[in-house]
Ligand binder design. Sequence first.
Ligand code: NAG
Ligand code: NAG
Length: 366
Amino acid sequence: MVEKRMIRFLLVFSIIISVSIGFVKSHNDGGEWSCNSDSEIRIEADFRPGIITLDGHPDDWNDVDGFEFSLLPALDPHEDDAYEAGKMTVKALHDGNDVFFMLQVDSPYAYSKGENTKCPSVALMFQVGENASYHNMGGCKESPDSCSRKTCRGHEVDIMHFSIGNAIPGRLYGGNPIDNREGNGGDRFGHLVDLYTWNPHCRYLDGISPSGNDSSAQNDWKGAWWHDSFQVLSGFVEEDSPYSSVGQNGKYYFEFSRPLRTMDRLQQDVQFSIGQSSNMAVAFWYPIDGKPWHGSGHYSVSCDWLPLDVSLGSSVVTKAASRSSGWDAASAFSLLLSVAAFCLSVFVGYYVSKNKSIPFTPMDHL
Ligand SMILES: *[C@@H]1O[C@H](CO)[C@@H](O)[C@H](O)[C@H]1NC(C)=O
Ligand SMILES: *[C@@H]1O[C@H](CO)[C@@H](O)[C@H](O)[C@H]1NC(C)=O
């Protein structure tokens, strides 16, 4: 019996996680917030080292499964009011050190240099505190005069927000030595900032707080953007703005990375662990009909937290299988080692599959 289950586990273990395309159902009845999100949607960040260049270009993500979402108004999510131009596809992976995200949005080109609210914009939000809700960005009940690390303890949310009005396509923005020397999450060059919130009214750059600043903070994010309508052989410079003609069809691409762990000591950054899940959300702003967007006029891919699984590496099988030639002592020995490592991983996986309290979603899907 045990053997059968082991074989079944082996099969499961070697099957690549399938793409699941999710739809979110939600409604907002008379002021009382409610959300029926499809609980099966999980963003999978597989271990895929060495394939991503952080340049805003999507080609290197072609072999990575994406998750497609309708973009519904974040504050009043109705299917009828979805972003008309198209959907957003979210992709994620990690390389053992950094986690990477690619957001692709079907959208005509809009750009107005220096005016962030007349350009599209995206944000990622992550749960940090154990009691931080998706709704109301942490959901702390305090007002701006009373919210603090103490009064809102447990409601911390981590946010990365990229506004592209001053960001040249294909160039890297986010954490840089000048802003990081000042010890906060700002980005004076491209406005790809690292924030934390307790609720929508208590929102600060990392390191800045109403009760005093802490210069140990950093902007830990990096990112770039791109649009299909660009035709350029070498790099863009600022003088090329608006880089393409407004209204051209195509997709926007927003690409980000962050170390799995940061040096945050203030409960302002989410910390990712390989083999564990985090909760995230994705927001999108767009100047509809050329009108500037406002802060709360964003679309969201979900009306509650979306689980993000940072998965274990699972390339041992492929490595053992690809060792078919050159049977010298060294390769035989390394094969022996990888078989031993594989058996260990099967044992761990089997143990995990028995112990349901440890999240291990590939098993749950089957
Ligand atoms: C979260 O809420 C629970 C229940 O109200 C409480 O017991 C716990 O202390 C809270 N956690 C934090 C970190 O405040
Ligand atoms: C904290 O930093 C911000 C931005 O640099 C600054 O405006 C504010 O005066 C600082 N607060 C304190 C208490 O030093």
